[in-house]
Design a binder for this molecule. Sequence first.
Ligand SMILES: Cc1ncc(COP(=O)(O)O)c(C=O)c1O
Length: 368
Amino acid sequence: MLPSWKEVFPDRLGHNVQLLKQGLPAQVRVIHVVKSDAYGHGLTTAVREATRHGAEWFAVAHLHEAVEVRAAAPDAHILLLGAARPLDVPHLAAHRIVCSLFSVEHAQALSDHAGREHTRLECHVKVDTGMGRLGLMAEGCGQWADPLIAAGRHLDVTGVYSHFAMVEPHRIDVAERQAGLFTEAAATLERIAGIRLMKHLGSTRALQLKPEWDFDAVRPGILLYGYGCSEVDARFRTLPWLEWKTRLLQIKRLPSDCPVGYYGTYRTRHAGWIGIIEVGYADGLHRALSSRGYVLVAGQRHPVIGRISMNWTAIDLGSKTDAAEGDEVVLVGTQKGQHLWADEVARWARTIPYEILTAARSPFITLA
Ligand SMILES: Cc1ncc(COP(=O)(O)O)c(C=O)c1O
């Protein structure tokens, strides 16, 4: 019996993949973002299921993830969003990975290694339009486009992309500026490359709120996992497919004014029952949920009390309880018609659902 576990429902991912495929214009491709173990859902499971439902493109952050995707999807296009290192050229070529180019020097180094290995690499140019992260600055495109294409004698540049820092309806000017810079930089690069490039910009938020920024492809991540659908005018409503669970290890009665957990930061207000669950911050349960979060027991919400410790956490079961040791406890998911999803948990922990999902480290159980 596992102390805590993640249950995944790949059929719901299949539903999400189909929903996007059918709902987007036919010419818009979907690059399924499966980095960080498919946002904690299990990369191989995610890639196999998405492929079964027609997914053709995947994106990852690291080479080892790209290799894992290749094993699960022999025919897919795989975009490496992160560093393609010149010394990795033999692996990048062998696994047919589409590399991202971040600078003229990076293109030159990759191209030189590809030449030495008598191979070619397919690449997309990553343009920084306001994220301030990886990529060539859009504003300087007039200066770098020529040398970049010239440097890549052994590279096939087939695409260009950028990433939004924010797509917020109340400050849409910020995203509009990014989209404008991207459009201009992509046009310059296309002119110099002399071919039509695959252009992609939007991830979940832009995809949901701004159909005019679909370009040739979209790169949804969190949307594939059932989140990022709460806006009233969102285009797609996907289903969450990861549930995270544990069990009641011990139930005991405490008197009033009894300290619970390290440093006694919580004291019981009345005599009542507490439950100890076998999950803690070492399993990825965010410590900020200490005396702030909730879990489900028998379909009811119960507060987390006291500080979450490395392996165990206390919950308040109330002054009367029918719960029994061994009963299932839901940290993220559904129980008896009630649900508790990662976006709500994230609000209690003052973080984002991405962190809740990717932090959960318990072993997987896959359910049909
Ligand atoms: C470059 C890039 N594209 C797409 C995504 C997917 O974003 P989201 O999960 O918000 O859809 C990410 C996520 O971090 C990213 O870094």
